[in-house]
Design a protein around this ligand. Sequence first.
Ligand code: ADP
Length: 262
Amino acid sequence: MIETTETVLAVDRLRKVYNEGTDAAFTAIESVSFSVSRGEFVCVVGPSGAGKTTLLRAIAGLAAPSSGTVTFEGQVLHDVPAKLGLVFQDYSRSLYPWFTNGKNIALPLAARGVPKAERASRVSDALEAVGLGHVEKKYPWELSGGMQQRVAIARALSYRPELLLMDEPYASVDAQTRFDLEDLVLRVRRELGITVVLVTHDIDEAIYLGDRIVVLSGSPSTVREVVDVPLGSERSQVETRSSDEFLILRNNLLGLVMPVRP
Ligand code: ADP
């Protein structure tokens, strides 16, 4: 669902070379450009090693590009912007086991200077938003994997992000939980009006979630194509995934990501 066409994120000719200037120099991203409108859900797909995580880290301001720029809300990024939420694949390493779930969310807020009284309400609002209002005083290890990933999503939401970046967030959970979490993110995104960029190697997931899909080539990556997903904003795991439109998109995308055989 695109509410405006205001560009919130622009990636322009981004190139990333690891260990630049050494014998171990490795070009992970050749040149990637795309933009994201406010409120839009953009998925980035590509084979393993295509540089998806590298791209997301550059968009998050965690890794400087070798050349090219990332512009967020009109400013070229040089640091992690405050209005950004991040969710990584490995929830088990992203939550501190010795802190309660509530404290896992509150600590980064404290580091960002959010006053104590406001922290409490943000923690409970964020946990409510992911349907986990009752786990604030429990510890991460008392929860299932899917619930821990929901806590990690709640933590990202507690920053009140303009942009939510997700790196293969559902790769470590079972299929049923994955469907639940996909629907959760679609709902939260609709309710809070946030912009989302999600990277995944799963084409079906990209189609189910996205308004547009950026298809990366293999390493070193370029943008092979940007595909529109005209499936509307209401999606259902059973009906959407079995619709003709979905299957046509799936075939189209498979053709784009499958390696060309000599
Ligand atoms: P993807 O997320 O698409 O699987 P990555 O962004 O993780 O791809 O990695 C892209 C390529 O860059 C891979 O070949 C990987 O080995 C390499 N790479 C990733 N991080 C580093 C690093 N810190 N130093 C050197 N090479 C790296």
